[in-house]
Write a protein that binds this ligand. Structure first.
Ligand code: PEP
Length: 251
């Protein structure tokens, strides 16, 4: 039985004051005990959020990490080891905004995934197709390739300590959501690809859906057999909305 997870990606949002308000808002939520909850603030606010949410069963994660796990001469980057030291438990790798806007390759995503695990962070591997790729019928091929890059380099066992997030690029921040059936088809394909290498690992891995998840559509998405929760962007900036999405993932 997989424990659902709901993760809020705060992206490049927030000031110290607005983050303090968001922390207070999250603290007010009745969070379901059977759901793992995480938030991903900008790295500038990680320490504030770790401190502000202390005592609450909410994990904190980084939105990205450097390809090198250890500290070093890499101006502007943040090492996975530094995120761990700051109190993070997870880190997003391969978010489509980084793959597309910052030209992050599969090879870099693989290195970040490995760097995260080498420091004890759980990587949340983001995969997903663009609208053009979906319309060309390439969805499963694109997602399969992004996943295969990590399986080939890190081994399928690495997914025993990782989370996968399927995030169709056309659904991110657009208000368009994949239908539960569209999302389930891709989630099932991801699990089947992992199962081809290791059935036990595939059964245990959480596969989150991301792309305009809101309180109104969360329960239907999370009700699909291979959708184990959500990675939530815009809606996670509203604590009440985020709390409702977390509750939708509970039993
Ligand atoms: C995201 O970017 O991870 C995301 C899912 O964003 P949104 O919920 O705003 O579509």
């Amino acid at each position: 039985m997989r424990r659902p997870m709901v993760a809020g990606n705060w992206k490049m949002h927030g000031t110290r004051a607005s983050v303090a308000e968001l922390i207070e808002g999250v603290r007010r939520q009745a969070l379901p005990v059977d759901v793992e909850v995480a938030v991903f603030p900008s790295c500038l606010h990680v320490a504030q959020v770790v401190e502000g949410l202390s005592g609450l069963p909410v994990m904190v994660g980084g939105q990205d990490c450097a390809v090198e796990a250890s500290q070093g001469a890499l101006t502007g980057e943040v090492a996975a080891s530094q995120l761990r030291d700051a109190g993070c438990a997870l880190v997003l790798v391969g978010h489509s905004e980084r793959r597309l806007l910052l030209a992050e390759s599969d090879e870099w995503v693989v290195r970040k995934f490995a760097a995260a695990q080498s420091c004890g962070l759980v990587p949340v591997l983001c995969v997903g197709e663009t609208l053009a790729q979906r319309e060309a019928g390439e969805t499963l091929e694109v997602v399969g390739r992004q996943l295969a890059a990590v399986i080939d380099a890190c081994g399928v066992a690495a997914f025993g300590r990782a989370v996968v997030a399927y995030e169709p690029v056309w659904a991110i921040g657009s208000g368009l959501t994949a239908s539960p059936d569209q999302a389930q088809e891709v989630h099932a394909a991801i699990r089947a690809q992992l199962a081809a290498a290791d059935a036990e690992v595939a059964q245990g891995v959480r596969i989150l859906y991301g792309g305009s998840v809101k309180a109104v559509n969360a329960a239907e998405l999370f009700g699909m057999p291979d959708i184990d929760g959500g990675l939530v962007g815009g809606a996670s900036l509203n604590a009440d909305e985020f709390g409702a999405i977390c509750r939708a993932a509970g039993s």
